[in-house]
Design a protein around this ligand. Structure first.
Ligand SMILES: CC(C)(COP(=O)(O)OP(=O)(O)OC[C@H]1O[C@@H](n2cnc3c(N)ncnc32)[C@H](O)[C@@H]1OP(=O)(O)O)[C@@H](O)C(=O)NCCC(=O)NCCS
Length: 146
């Protein structure tokens, strides 16, 4: 993901999230050295992910597919690509948070080998008064050293 590509994925971000990342959030993330990828159909960006690699852990920060392309396998393609990048970097485990209400994303993660590891209470904003819990999920890429 390049800074130029951020401009092109912002409409997707605003379309699919109740609390989207801003242009600044993406730029700051890239400047902090996080990894990002954009998948396109021809010229059109369709899916993307952003992740943070720390030591032997990979942490998914953002994954999205354009609303009119849901259910066509793009989410799986993006997630499998992220897993491949983590494996190339010799990561031992992948972590992510997902809203407890986001059953669609949880189904995708479960299909790709992520397991629920717990809840982070009030992790996400919901509305002006309330917050929503995150489900913490993990996929092991290597057995932990004893
Ligand atoms: C979550 C998201 C990335 C899924 O993308 P997608 O392209 O629709 O996913 P895919 O087509 O690859 O589907 C993969 C799996 O998702 C699940 N899924 C697909 N359609 C579904 C539906 N209508 N209901 C529930 N689960 C569904 C299934 O497990 C599916 O596996 P299957 O193909 O064997 O049925 C997409 O809906 C999205 O961008 N959502 C908004 C952003 C978001 O919530 N990101 C995750 C933040 S943690």
């Amino acid at each position: 993901m390049t800074v130029a590509e951020v401009e092109r994925i912002l409409p997707i971000e605003q379309q699919v999230y109740s609390h989207p990342w801003t242009r600044g959030n993406f730029i700051d993330s890239l400047a902090a050295g996080h990894l990002g990828w954009v998948g396109s159909d021809g010229e059109q960006p369709v899916a993307y992910w952003v992740a943070m690699a720390v030591l032997d852990e990979f942490h998914l920060l953002n994954l999205a597919v354009a609303r009119d392309r849901w259910g066509q396998g793009w989410g799986r393609v993006a997630l499998q690509h992220m897993v491949a990048v983590a494996q190339e970097r010799d990561s031992a485990q992948l972590w992510l948070e997902v809203r407890v209400s986001n059953t669609r994303a949880q189904a995708l993660y479960a299909r790709e080998g992520f397991e629920p590891m717990g809840l982070r209470r009030g992790y996400y904003p919901l509305n002006a008064q309330q917050r929503e819990d995150a489900r913490l999920m993990r996929r092991l890429l290597k057995e932990p050293a004893l």
